[in-house]
Write a protein that binds this ligand. Sequence first.
Ligand SMILES: C[S@@+](CC[C@H](N)C(=O)[O-])C[C@H]1O[C@@H](n2cnc3c(N)ncnc32)[C@H](O)[C@@H]1O
Length: 213
Amino acid sequence: MRDDLNPLFDYAEALSGPVPEYLHLLVRETNLKTLSPQMISGHLQGRILALLSKLLRPQRILEVGTFTGYSALCLAEGIAPGGELITIEGNPEVAWIAQKYFDASPYAEVFRLQSSKAGEYIENQLSGHFDLIFLDADKRNYTNYFHQLIDRLNPGGLFISDNVLWDGRVVDPEDKEPDVRALDEFNRMLANDPRVETVVLPLRDGLSVARRI
Ligand SMILES: C[S@@+](CC[C@H](N)C(=O)[O-])C[C@H]1O[C@@H](n2cnc3c(N)ncnc32)[C@H](O)[C@@H]1O
């Protein structure tokens, strides 16, 4: 059953929190000003991202796919003092909303919003290692991003990927839609890569959490 029709999802969301007030405002502005507001992570997934980040206390976070900044703001809640969160967004029509909310948040100094195509930026300009990587951009490139980034993830670090079940469609071998097949391949590749241990959570559109061994 779709989350938005499932009363259990509403129940779980209502009892997970607290959610900072600026995230409620961001959801509202995203609904009013963007063409695909459903891309936002949402409150339950946002609380999971914030909790994982608070448990890990990452020094450096990389996000691929900022949109209006919801998930980046959640991940920033756990960042270690003096830490840095680089987030890459290719669409300037949404990135300005993210920047506005980053600047007004309690974590303003940690954000580095990069307006670029992610693959090129990672290949040519990104430097250093990370403790937490969150993939939430073009699904067909998830496997490429993994290969580009896995050696930049510190041992014990988390590689988190969103939308890995693509509305449940990954289990249907007859579904030949390219995003579906790319995500199925990505999930199988992750499950078989000895550098990570992975859990696929059937939350919302599917969230996988892989820990660098
Ligand atoms: C699902 S949304 C991200 C949602 C966001 N993480 C959140 O939780 O609110 C995906 C975003 O990735 C961006 N994107 C897609 N492909 C990209 C690429 N190759 N480089 C940079 N950004 C990309 C899109 O413009 C879109 O804003």
